[in-house]
Design a protein around this ligand. Sequence first.
Ligand code: SME
Length: 156
Amino acid sequence: MVGRAKPEVYSTIVSQLTELLDGTGDPIATMASAAAVVHGEVEYASWTGFYRVVEPGLLRIGPYQGPIGCLEIPFDRGVCGAAARRRETVIVDDVHAFAGHIACDPASRSEIVVPVLDPSGALVAVLDVDSRLPAAFDDEDRRGLERVAGLVGQRC
Ligand code: SME
């Protein structure tokens, strides 16, 4: 399923992003770059992007790569809402078995959503990566994407 070992993929992503974001403090530029780099490197990703916290309890689409994503997700809906509410990474092996999953892409089978916290610890966004393969995401993805979310959060 995976051509390169995941730790190697995420090391590449983190080095590329660190170099690319050098001196950047703009959250949208940062999220757009992160979505492009992750989507380009993670070969099993079918959708990669950010939902931003725009008011208490509400996420709105941010920069992304892939098919059209839904515009808004309340915290009480979907995998993104669950990660935002719990402020922790959520991995779903089979989206059809997750009550409340929002199917933006009907072909999506598994998903990981990682919270993005700003330097004060406030939740500013979530990073969502979807796959058309079942159970595509594991602890290596969690570790790697949490590092990416950390890089983004520092610039928000
Ligand atoms: N599947 C997500 C919604 C967003 S997209 O798939 C792009 C969810 O259940 O939160």
